[in-house]
Design a protein around this ligand. Structure first.
Ligand code: IPE
Length: 237
């Protein structure tokens, strides 16, 4: 496994229109051409968040979970079809089928290396997850990437987000962040983005894994090892 990459829902979808792909959808995914030996994780954007909110799935619910899963699966299918068009052999791996919370998250990721050995590219996504005594809750792609990197140590975990990286007080992109104490949300524009960015950094720091956060223009650089955006590095030398 050469890399694990999450592409955020805000990059792949139009967050303002339910179940609508973003204008950049095709061009973003075309960057993956020739990069079959990695794991792709995608977010939900307008194919999951509005539906999950409507039914209170974030707090725990059984009602509405199939609607959320169906919707994100539709986005997953769109992504698989695009990847196949550019020559990859993608395989859907629905996170809800390999996850359980008790209440800490257990993810069964062993099959990923076998799928890659066959020359196929696993495509996972944020999803509903069965949660002890709560019905289902939501697992984000950010948590999935942290767990995959923890287990497989690719040394190349990345997040393609709607922001160019983690920002400082003045709104400049930091080269590196080592702890949550260094995180500030003053430079961020929208609260939605702030929450998303904070969670992303925290998940990696909690798991003790390194990851790079960059914007959509940084995706090619990430895949070609040119180190865009901010490095989240919980254990600097
Ligand atoms: C959310 O996944 C999953 C659902 C709401 C079903 P993410 O948290 O990874 O999605 P984005 O990237 O924020 O859209």
């Amino acid at each position: 496994m050469e890399y694990v990459l999450k592409i955020g829902g805000s990059v792949l979808t139009d967050k303002n229109k339910e179940k609508t792909l973003s204008e950049d959808f095709d061009s973003i995914l075309e960057n993956l051409k020739g990069h079959e030996n990695g794991v792709l994780v995608h977010g939900a954007g307008s194919y999951g968040h509005p539906q999950a909110e409507k039914h209170g799935v974030k707090e725990g619910s059984y009602q509405g979970v199939l609607e959320v899963h169906r919707s994100i699966s539709e986005l997953n299918t769109e992504i698989l079809e695009k990847l196949s068009e550019i020559g990859l052999k993608p395989v859907p791996v629905h996170t809800s089928s390999i996850a359980y919370r008790n209440p800490e998250t257990q993810l069964h990721l062993d099959k990923l290396s076998g799928i890659l050995d066959e020359g196929f590219t696993p495509v996972l996504h944020g999803d509903i997850v069965p949660h002890k005594d709560k019905g289902f809750t939501i697992i984000s792609g950010d948590e999935i990437v942290a767990k995959i990197e923890k287990q497989y140590s690719t040394g190349k975990a990345g997040f393609c987000s709607s922001v160019e990286g983690v920002l400082d007080d003045e709104g400049n992109v930091l080269d590196e962040i080592n702890s949550m104490e260094e995180f500030t949300d003053k430079g961020m524009k929208a609260t939605d983005v702030t929450g998303g960015m904070k969670g992303k950094v925290k998940q990696q720091i909690d798991e003790g894994v390194k990851a790079r956060i960059f914007g959509k223009d940084g995706l090619e650089d990430f895949l070609e090892d040119r180190n865009p955006g901010t490095l989240v590095n919980p254990s600097p030398q």
